[in-house]
Design a protein. Structure first.
Length: 522
């Protein structure tokens, strides 16, 4: 087992346990091991562990990765090596593990063993953006998790999308519709003010004499948008229209207009605007006239007009149509988005379930999904550990590894025949990753001689441990994916080569032999 220990820098003393396979280090929370130090890239470097071998690879970091004082792109590392990053120095530590024979009983969890507490809230970070994420994760999300205990996840997702749709419409469409209605209301109010001014202009003589009975307001009766109107004095006595002459106003708009005019006295306060409903707008305006005795302009009457402008009805229809159109479009998009998120989320879970079942039936050695979902990596690692313990518990005596139920020899011999016709560098490994054959081009490229290395582990005969680790990792991925070919890149003799690995699967669904080819990148 390998671990990485910070021996200097801001996180001195912190340890990172390396799991089998790839371990990614960086500032990004999606990394296997997060290193929140300035100067460290989001994905800085990776350490791939294969058995007792560890392989370092720089992931295109901004400030580079230094191995034992030298900047390094990729290399095999060993215990005692030092990795340097900005403000950090790591030391690689190899821990020799003792194999424990597992009997056919389930061991109890050791007393005092550390367990993760889902309810434990870490202290709030000092940086603003990190504090925002902390508040979102540990303050808001627990409320939703509590709801999730009562309702299915898919139901919650649908409710959240519905809230999102209505909130979006409320924050975008409604303000536009409201602004449009306000503009129309202002335009209508200006027409009411214009009518009041027109009455004052046409009847200036009678207004100065306060002879409202002779005021002419007939033009209002020909206006299509004017539903009704009342012209009355400050006491509320109606002087126009003629049908209501000398009556006292009882109309709700006129009464409000009378109270408004009395409260504002002779001040020129503009028009009174009221939305009466059903597409009707009320406009009231004081009729002002010049008083020769006082030398001032004063209110002599009030006109209250009920408007039912066609433009307002058209605008209301347009607003309703716009709202329904926005709601329908957003609803369709939300449904599509729901389907994408839902099935994108459950697909990796379904894949893990199938892999667990296949592993239990002996069709594969562990869980190795194709879909990228780093948040599920801890779950996959835990399940692989459990499956390994199950295999150990069910093996005979618990002391021997599972034996292959089918011989790999015939499969190796078949690939050897393919190797005879290969036009480029290639080699054949058996199910234990031991070298079985390599052609002349492959010997020149890798420095491995078949005469001296046949039957030996690739880790023991390869000049570069990083190369051996890369090939073995590709072989494991190929075996765990039902023999589906895998590829990777490695630098050999100063040139980048593409490594292609294919496996022959036995009747027991285990990989029996591997065929590796090398193609030079141009």
């Amino acid at each position: 087992m390998y671990k990485l220990v910070a021996v200097a820098g801001k996180i001195r003393g912190k340890e990172f346990i390396l799991k089998e396979g790839e371990n990614i280090f960086g500032r990004d929370a999606a990394c296997d091991h997060q290193v929140s130090v300035d100067g460290v890239s989001k994905k800085h470097f990776s350490l791939t562990v294969t058995g007792d071998t560890a392989y370092l690879k720089d992931l295109g970091s901004s400030n580079g990765t230094f191995l034992n004082g030298k900047i390094t792109k990729q290399a095999t590392v060993k215990g005692g090596d030092k990795l340097a990053l900005p403000d950090i120095i790591f030391q690689i530590v190899f821990v020799q593990e003792k194999k424990v024979i597992i009997k056919k009983t389930i061991a109890k969890i050791e007393e005092g063993a550390e367990t993760e507490d889902l309810n434990l809230i870490p202290p709030a970070p000092s940086r603003i953006h990190e504090k925002f994420i902390w508040m979102f994760k540990y303050k808001l999300m627990p409320l939703l998790h509590g709801i999730n205990e009562e309702y299915e996840w898919r139901v919650m997702l649908g409710i959240l999308l519905a809230i999102f749709v209505f909130a979006t419409i409320a924050l975008t469409i409604f303000p536009v519709l409201q602004q449009s209605s306000e503009i129309l209301l202002k335009e209508t109010a200006k027409r009411g003010e214009h009518f009041a001014e027109e009455i004052a202009r046409l009847n200036a003589r009678w207004l100065e004499q306060k002879n409202l009975d002779r005021v002419d307001s007939g033009f209002l009766e020909t206006e299509a948008d004017v539903a009704s109107y009342e012209l009355f004095d400050l006491e509320g006595r109606i002087v126009r229209p003629m049908g209501k002459l000398n009556e006292y106003t009882s109309d709700s708009l006129s009464i409000k207009a009378k109270e408004w005019a009395a409260a504002s006295a002779n001040k020129n306060t503009g028009a009174l605007r009221l939305v009466l409903g059903d597409g009707e707008i009320g406009i009231a305006q004081k009729i002002m006239a010049y008083n020769a005795k006082t030398g001032q302009t004063e209110a002599v009457g009030v006109i209250a007009i009920h408007f039912t402008p066609k433009s307002l009805a058209v605008e209301a229809t347009k607003n309703s149509s716009a709202f329904l159109e926005a709601l329908t479009t957003s609803g369709i998009i939300a449904i599509i988005f729901f389907g994408i998120v839902y099935y994108l989320t459950i697909k990796p879970l379904e894949e893990i379930r199938i892999h667990v079942e296949e592993t239990l039936r002996g069709k594969r050695r562990g869980i190795e999904t194709k879909l990228l979902f780093s948040e599920l990596q801890p779950l996959k690692s835990a399940l692989n550990t459990i499956l390994q313990r199950i295999r150990d518990l069910t093996s005979t005596g618990g002391e021997q590894e599972m034996q292959e139920s089918e011989d790999s020899g015939p499969y190796v011999n078949s690939l050897k025949e393919f190797l005879r016709g290969s036009a480029g560098p290639a080699m054949v490994l058996d199910n234990d990753k031991n070298l079985r054959a390599i052609n002349t081009e492959g010997e020149d490229l890798t420095g491995i001689r078949q005469s001296a290395a046949e039957g030996m582990s690739l880790l023991d005969v390869a000049r570069e441990q990083g190369f051996a680790a890369t090939v073995i990792e590709l072989c494991d991925k190929c075996a765990n994916n039902g023999g589906v070919g895998q590829d990777g890149t490695y630098s050999l003799t100063g040139h980048d080569y593409k490594l292609f690995v294919n496996a022959l699967m036995g009747k027991d669904h285990f990989a029996k032999a591997y065929y590796i080819t090398f193609v030079k990148n141009h």
